[in-house]
Structures are given as C-alpha cells and as structure tokens.
Ligand binder design. Sequence first.
Ligand code: GDP
Ligand code: MN
Length: 381
Amino acid sequence: MKLQEYQSKREFAKYGVPIPRGEVATTPEEVRAIAQSFGKPVVVKAQVLVGGRGKAGGVKLARTPDEAEEVARQILGMKIKGLTVKKVLVDEAADIKNEIYLGAVVDRNSQRVVMMASSEGGVEIEEVARVSPEKIIKVTVNPFLGLLGFQARQLAFGIGLDKSLVGQFTKIAQGLYNAFIGSDASLAEINPLVVTGEGKLLAVDGKMVLDDNGLFRHPDLAEMRDVEEESPYEVEARKYGLSYVQLDGTIGCMVNGAGLAMATMDVIKLFGGEPANFLDIGGGAQADKVAAALRIILSEEKVNAVLVNIFGGITRADEVAKGILQALKEVDTDVPMVARLVGTNEEEGRKILAEANMATATSLAEAAKKAVALSKGESVN
Ligand code: GDP
Ligand code: MN
C-alpha cells in the first residue's frame, strides 16, 4: 500500500524528521484560506500516488493567497499519469539551496534494510542509478543495532554534505530508518531532502510503501488507504480476498495458488500468449468468490480469452465450475474460456462446464494452447 506524500511526511515527522508546515485541501478556496493563515509563500502540490508530479505541472509555487488559489485551480482536476488530482497539499514554501536524496529499502541480496543517499536529489533516483551509480552511497543496516551514528555519517560524508549539517542529517537518517521499521514499510524515501537558506535540513517530499502483510499491526495506517486512488478492480479483489495484479496482455487467468498462477502465466507465454493478469483465488474458493474473480477479469476490456486453471484440493472443482456458471449468469460476455480442472471432484466439475458448452482441458499445456488459440480468434474443440 502506498501512502500519499502528506501522509508519508506526517509519519516521518513522528520520528523526528523535520517537515514544512502544511495542510491538505480539496478546493481552491480552501487553498487560499490556508495560504492566508500561513502568511507566507506556499507550494501547492498534487496528491496522487505517482512520482514526477513536479515535471507534470502538479507542484507549483505561489507567493500570495490569490496566486495560491489560482494555481490550485490549475492543479485540482488535472490528470497526472492517468490519475485525477482530487487533493492538494499546501506547504509553506522552502527556500531551497540544495536538494539531496535519502531513502530506505529492503535489499533482497543482503536480506537487510539498506539506506541510500545521493547528492543528486530532486530527480528520479532510478535515473541517477542508471547514469551515475557512483553518486549513490549505501549502507546496510544490522536489524539488531539499527542505523548507527557512524553509518549515517558515512552517508553524509559520502555525498559531500557540509560538516555543519552532519548532526541534523544523522538525526533525520535515523528517524527515517525508525519510521521504516516502525510502520513495516518496504520503501521510505525523502526526495528531495533540502538544505535551506538558513542552513537547515527539511524533508520537502515524502514517499512510503507499506507491506500489506504487516498492515494488520497498524490499524491507523491501514485506515489511510485511499480507495478512490486505487484501481477499482484491485479494490474489488481485496474485498473478496483475492490476490489480483493487472498486467498488459489479453488472456485473463483465474488460478488457485500463487505458484500455480505464476506457472500458468509462464506456460501462456511459452505458447505465444500474453497474460492479462495474475489472479490467485486462494484455497477453498466458494462459488461467490469465483464469480467475483471472473467479474474482475472480464471487466478488463482487452481480455479476449480466459484460462481457468484449478488444482482441486481444498478447492473443489465442482464448486469452481458452479462459480463460473454463476458468474456467467451475472456477467453478459462472449469472451471465450477454457477450463482446466483437476483434483477433487474434477469429473463433476468438467461435466458441469461441458453442459454449459465451455472448452475444457486436462493438462496445463493443453489449456494454455487452447487459450492462446481462443485469444487469436481461432476455435477449439
Ligand atoms: P515530485 O516531482 O512528485 O517528486 O514532487 P516534489 O515534492 O519532489 O517536488 C518537485 C520539485 O519541486 C522539487 O524537487 C523542488 O525542486 C520543487 N519544490 C518542491 N517544494 C518546494 C518548495 O517548498 N520550494 C521550492 N523553491 N521548490 C520546491
Ligand atoms: Mn520528489
């Protein structure tokens, strides 16, 4: 789960990271009132869950309340990478002398949290990593010790930070690390962390990605989920306990078990098709869950064939077959489908589907070949 910039920064602030004074608004009038109450120049910032808002025109400086209202009018309602801006953050503007990068991520190779810093702040870190990787300084954190003072100083000196700022930097780096650990994050990033004209460090931007599996430990953070900002299909999937990830292909996949779902996608590609999604309906899927899964798959317009691959163990194949029929009653569709049902009650399951004129298969290879053929408009069986 991604947090909005304002949520991320407030989380960081709880751990001692300095952030600008700021308030969230949804109308230009509110923005004006906030700017008025600050009595200082402000930055109006689109709150959408994508990066590069600045470049897209979603971050604008305003010297007066009039100007703030005016830029808010431009930003609210604009589209950034397909997302409509419904909220803005109004921050007291910072007098920026220098922009640096500071981030914490899980590094799978060392199986530890790695803290990264760079003198090249304000631009996308992926770009820095590509063009000048030597400008990214990294330290690996021991989970039992946390980010130690000397490690934070190593980052500070590594990016050439002025000595007078190292004390502040250390506090911020440790704060960011503690925020990361304290909220079960998989990413926590300040880009840019700025040096102000007064010689202070300030987190001007913030980004946090939380581990969904840790969210149950943080009801306060879970509550911040902005359902309106997420893909409606992913929201629907979560409601039914389905693991669903939208992809670019045309063959919809409904599978039980994450490993089998991955294998199914591989085999589709092996036979020349492109999966439209990853979808794991989990164990013991009941008819209503299957119906929801099918509705979600078919709500994607580009899907022109569906492959159902069920290995019946706890999940009974006849239950799944009934679920498919139930879904087909609810969803009016002419998208062709092929089902591979094996395991518990497979005979019954196949019989139910055959009566509904659906193509079936016994091996995954056969099912994938048929799905690819259906997706190309060829007929099978
Ligand atoms: P992003 O483009 O989505 O990463 O949004 P940021 O919050 O990082 O803002 C983009 C850029 O706008 C920053 O790198 C800064 O250069 C600039 N910016 C943001 N806030 C301020 C501010 O308070 N004062 C000034 N002068 N520039 C700002
Ligand atoms: Mn940024």
